[in-house]
Write a protein that binds this ligand. Structure first.
Ligand code: UDP
Length: 245
C-alpha cells in the first residue's frame, strides 16, 4: 500500500494521530542534530502553496507533515488516497503534552497574546506537572526583540518548541531560524494555546466526531467566515487537480 496520499501536489503520509506522536517520540529519543519541523497542513496552506513556491519548499523540507482538517482527508478519500484521519495541531499538541508528562520532555511556548501565554503555561503546569516548561514568550514581540527570543530558545534547548504565531507565519518563522533554535522538534499550533488557556472554547468531541470542527469554530469566531470561504474553493480545486507522480 502507498505510504502517502497526494493532495494538490503535496504528499501526505498516511499516519494516524497516535502514529504521528510515536514518530515524534522517537525523534526526541534519537537526539538528532537538526531540528525536526512538524507542519500541520490545512486547506488554506495547501492552496497558498500552489502560488507560493517559498512556502511550498518549507513544506517539502519539513521532517513531517500532517493532514490538518477534514477537507484534506475527504479529498484524499474521494480520490482513493485513504488518509486514515485528520491530525490537527491542537490534537497533536495535547498528545505531546500527555506523553511529555510521562516522559518528562521539556517545552518552550512561543506565541499568543501576553496574558494567554502566561495563563497557558499555568494551566499546562498544573495539568501536566511532570513535563518541564523551560520558558515562554508571547507572540506579539517587536522585530528588535526577536534576536533575544531566538537566543533564549537556543540556549534552553527544549525538546519541543511550540509556536502559536498563526499559520503560515509560524511555519516560516521556524524554518528561518531552524539552525539557531536548538530544539529537537518545532511545531506551529495555530490558535491552540488560546483554547488550552480557555480564551477560545474547545470544540466538543461530539462536533469533532461529526467532522464539524470547522462549523463550531465559525460559530465561536464568526470573524473567521472570510477565511473559511477557502474551504469550498479548496474542495473543488483539489478534486479536479491533476496529480503528477
Ligand atoms: N498570534 C501571535 N502573534 C501574532 C499573530 C497571532 O502570537 O503576531 C497568535 C494569536 O494570538 C493566536 C495564534 O497566533 O493565538 C493564531 O491563532 P489562529 O486561530 O488565527 O491560528 P491559525 O489558524 O491562523 O493558524
Amino acid at each position: 500500500m502507498e505510504q502517502y496520499s497526494r493532495v494538490m501536489g503535496i504528499n501526505f503520509p498516511k499516519n494516524t494521530l497516535d502514529r504521528t506522536v510515536e514518530i515524534l517520540s522517537d525523534v526526541i529519543q534519537e537526539n538528532r542534530a537538526e531540528l525536526f519541523h512538524v507542519i500541520t497542513v490545512n486547506p488554506e496552506i495547501t492552496m497558498a502553496c500552489q502560488k507560493d513556491s517559498s512556502l511550498r519548499s518549507i513544506i517539502d523540507e519539513a521532517g513531517l507533515i500532517t493532514a490538518d482538517g477534514i477537507g484534506i482527508v475527504m479529498v484524499s478519500r474521494l480520490r482513493g488516497g485513504n488518509l486514515p484521519e485528520r491530525v490537527t495541531g491542537y490534537d497533536t499538541l495535547l498528545k505531546l503534552l500527555h506523553s511529555g508528562n510521562q516522559k518528562k520532555w521539556s517545552f518552550y511556548f512561543l506565541g499568543a497574546d501576553p496574558l494567554t501565554n502566561e495563563k497557558v503555561c499555568e494551566v499546562i503546569g498544573e495539568k501536566y506537572p511532570d513535563l518541564l516548561i523551560l520558558g515562554r514568550h508571547h507572540g506579539f514581540f517587536k522585530q528588535s526583540e526577536e534576536d533575544q527570543i531566538i537566543e533564549e530558545i537556543g540556549s534552553l534547548k527544549p525538546d519541543i518548541l511550540v509556536v502559536a504565531l498563526g499559520a503560515p507565519y509560524a511555519e516560516r518563522w521556524i524554518h528561518k531560524y531552524k539552525s539557531k533554535l536548538n530544539a529537537k522538534i518545532a511545531i506551529g499550533v495555530g490558535g491552540s494555546l488560546d483554547v488550552i488557556a480557555g480564551k477560545v472554547k474547545a470544540t466538543p468531541d461530539s462536533w469533532k466526531r461529526l467532522n464539524l470542527e470547522w462549523l463550531y469554530r465559525l460559530i465561536q469566531q464568526p470573524s473567521r467566515w472570510k477565511r473559511q470561504l477557502i474551504l469550498p474553493r479548496f474542495a473543488v480545486r483539489a478534486l479536479l487537480f491533476r496529480e503528477g507522480k
